[in-house]
Design a protein around this ligand. Structure first.
Ligand SMILES: Cc1cc2nc3c(=O)[nH]c(=O)nc-3n(C[C@H](O)[C@H](O)[C@H](O)COP(=O)(O)OP(=O)(O)OC[C@H]3O[C@@H](n4cnc5c(N)ncnc54)[C@H](O)[C@@H]3O)c2cc1C
Ligand SMILES: NC(=O)c1ccc[n+]([C@@H]2O[C@H](COP(=O)([O-])OP(=O)(O)OC[C@H]3O[C@@H](n4cnc5c(N)ncnc54)[C@H](O)[C@@H]3O)[C@@H](O)[C@H]2O)c1
Length: 446
């Protein structure tokens, strides 16, 4: 086995790993970047970007259908082929990462294709080579779709996010297992293209990481759009008869042309040689605020379990870079802004009411119905929404919020800054909110 020296090895090039390689190479380090699939990871090829492109198209259909109630007559004939082509040609280069790979080598780093595995302290094996990194190794190996242990499921040709976002046509019908972010985003997008969609969620409600009021509102919107939402159900068995999926839940069997499994993600940390450095992972890897697992080993992105989002991976990438380069870090931002891109969008930041109560915080809630706001009234069709603000009464600051609405993902940004910067509630109340914006409803909630 050939030994190759370098300063840093980055194993897995998700969004954070890709950025880290460029950052460290620009700082003059000799960086080896290891990737076994596509440079950039899940987000650009099977995650954020193609799903948001699909959602953009689906929302255009939905908005056009609202013309009848606002401005005249519009006939909409969905053509999934258009968005499939956009995803293939504009978003993913037909799932070809040449451009991203060139960015790595143009930055002065070495790109090594293959499966990277730790082989003791600061050593990574890829194929016949062992890379010896003087400064250390960064893991950014991400997650894969988790397949729940449902009887029969593994033997069927189910879809994960990958097949769904590579699809050339919208199926006539689709069952979605899981009502988390992936499940609800794709359920609504396909439904708007004409797919008859049923969401099956084992938990008591969809979008369970957000406020119960948010889950209820989105479930109501889904039902109004004809999407079946079944929460609190147990899937006993799945079968495929060559044409149709049969999903059995007690006495009821749901049938559909396609089955999308969106039941959570599994960190890819089983096969990266953690045992060779004495690290026993739990569900995720435990890191300190500099993203270090042990001296000389860093981890960033979904595998760390501090939020499975591209913006988190990128944030942690910069922290790992500073740690490796000996630059000051600052405190870790725990505010965790997030957006689920349903229509209405679900913006979230910080703690939910229940999470705040569980931490013993003296909670006060402010909330408002967005449809009843001036802007919501003007907006009319598609104005469903709410703002719910969780306040730490003793500290006089906002500790969390949900902003659901047509611009919920943007509206939440104001409250994201409030949480991050601990802006006093009194200052937020003594602020002018432009009329008639959706974010002016923050004042009503307060
Ligand atoms: C359908 C969908 C929609 C999403 N939408 C959003 C969104 O709108 N906004 C948002 O913020 N997040 C979204 N996410 C989540 C987002 O995609 C991830 O949080 C993001 O990709 C960050 O992941 P990561 O950096 O941990 O690595 P990943 O993107 O998972 O990439 C890890 C890389 O490591 C490689 N790898 C793994 N093991 C090895 C190994 N041993 N050797 C070499 N290479 C290896 C993999 O091939 C992969 O390329 C979405 C996810 C999905 C699935
Ligand atoms: N807009 C965004 O930022 C965005 C979009 C998509 C995904 N993501 C990220 O990707 C992560 C993974 O998304 P996800 O939706 O796969 O996971 P998730 O953990 O958010 O949701 C999975 C859901 O599946 C349910 N489930 C699990 N097993 C089941 C079973 N056997 N039957 C029925 N339901 C079952 C769970 O109860 C849960 O509600 C998200 O948590 C998020 O961090 C982000």
């Amino acid at each position: 086995m050939a030994e190759v020296s370098c300063d840093v090895v980055v194993v897995g090039l998700g969004p954070g790993g890709e950025a880290l390689v460029a950052r460290l190479a620009a700082a003059g380090l000799d960086v080896v970047a290891v990737e076994k699939e596509l440079v950039g990871g899940e987000c650009p090829y099977w995650g954020c970007i193609p799903s948001k492109m699909l959602i953009r198209a689906a929302n255009a259909l939905a908005e056009t259908r609202r013309v009848d109630r606002l401005a005249g007559k519009a006939t909409v004939t969905p053509d999934f082929g258009l968005v499939a082509r956009r995803i293939r040609e504009e978003a993913t280069d037909d799932w070809d990462d040449t451009v991203a790979a060139d960015r790595i080598t143009d930055a002065g780093a070495r790109l090594v294709r293959g499966h990277g595995r730790l082989d003791g302290d600061r050593r990574v094996v890829v194929g016949d080579d062992v890379f010896v990194a003087s400064a250390g190794v960064v893991l950014n190996t991400g997650t894969a779709a988790a397949v729940p242990p449902v009887h029969g499921l593994a033997d069927t040709p189910f879809w994960t996010n990958r097949e769904a976002l590579e699809a050339e046509a919208a199926p006539a019908s689709m069952i979605v297992i899981g009502g988390g972010s992936i499940g609800v985003e794709l359920a609504q997008a396909f439904a708007r293209f004409g797919t008859e969609v049923t969401v099956l969620e084992v938990g008591p409600r969809i979008l369970a990481v957000e406020e119960p009021e948010t889950s209820e509102l989105i479930a109501g919107v889904f039902e109004a759009e004809g999407i079946g939402v079944h929460a609190g159900i147990t899937i006993d068995a799945v079968a495929h008869d060559g044409e149709v999926f049969h999903v059995t839940c007690g006495q009821v069997t749901f049938e559909a042309e396609r089955l999308l499994v969106a039941a959570g993600r599994k960190p890819r940390i089983d096969d990266v040689g953690l045992d060779t450095v004495g690290v026993e992972p739990g569900r995720h890897l435990t890191v300190d605020d500099s993203m270090q697992v042990t001296p000389g080993l860093w981890a960033i992105g979904d595998i760390v379990g501090r939020g499975a989002f591209t913006h988190v991976s990128m944030y942690q990438s910069e922290r790992a870079a500073r740690s490796i380069l000996g630059e000051p870090l600052g405190e870790y931002d725990t505010s965790l802004p997030r957006v689920t891109f349903t229509d209405p969008e679900v913006g979230g930041v910080g703690l939910t009411e229940q999470q705040a109560r569980d931490r013993g915080i003296s909670v006060r809630i402010g909330s408002t119905d967005l449809a009843a706001s001036s802007r919501g009234f003007v907006h009319g069709p598609g104005n469903e929404g709410l703002i719910k603000i969780v306040i730490d009464e003793d500290a006089g600051v906002v500790v969390g919020a949900n902003c659901v609405g047509t611009t919920g993902g943007e509206t939440v940004s104001a409250l994201a800054f409030a949480v991050r910067a601990q802006i006093p509630v009194e200052t937020l109340r003594n602020t002018i909110y432009a009329y008639p914006t959706f974010w002016r409803a923050i004042e009503s909630a307060l």
